[in-house]
Write a protein that binds this ligand. Sequence first.
Ligand code: GUN
Length: 285
Amino acid sequence: MATILDGKKISQEIKRVLADEVRLLKEDNIVPGLAVVLVGENPASRVYVRNKRKSCAEVGIRGFDHNLSEATPQNELEALIDKLNGDANVHGILVQLPLPSHIDEASILLRIDPAKDVDGFHPVNMGLLVSGLPGFRPCTPSGIMTMLDSIGYNLSGKHAVVVGRSKIVGKPAALMLLERHATVTICHSRTEDLPGIVRSADVVVAAVGRPQFIKGDWIKPGAVVIDVGINRTGDGQLVGDVDFEGAVKNAYAITPVPGGVGPMTIAMLLKNTVDAAKKHRSAGT
Ligand code: GUN
């Protein structure tokens, strides 16, 4: 029977440790602060942002909420980022993606101070990741690595197949798996013989955003399956990118949806924010 990688449980343990660290920082009069910026009314984004804000409160991080209307012009959003960059009480800045289509996402991400970029999407932090240097790592891939660590999985020499090439998950996940000496294949919508490649994987990271796209019989017996997808089906059910019922029969370990990667992403965001506040302290600013 496959081990179920319980992201809810692992994230609770991480949050408990972070709450202790926040208490210590507060003794030094530092209250870690996270600004969460939401532009528009995307329903999925609203749910994510609400969960992020709730989790901040749980560990004692001060949340700064900015809900802007869908029609917010680029220069107004830029002015807000500039203000948050200069606010000593804000240690981390998160701009929820996707942004409305009239906003130039790349220039917004570029404007965030890399020292406050707890999402790890600024080109400086992306570059540090590619270079193998310390910097903020994107939260979902960090959560994935922490889940693999929770079962003591040694990636060295293993074939990791990442399905999806987004900036948020696929690309950074591939680089972080490579950092741990896995042999990494990145697949995407134009990949030929996707089932064949997934069948050769020791670790599958599914981040395609299509319900139950990865079939159970694509999973090699003994493989570890990490499902990043959160999709709502016609009947309102939440499902991942992997056919869980099929995959669980072959997998050595597998993440459920919900309760797998999702809570880990938030825990890593909180960790990055606490780390940003600690760096702020050691920089004496
Ligand atoms: N949209 C989906 N995932 C994420 C994330 O991790 N960070 C941000 N900022 N937006 C997202």
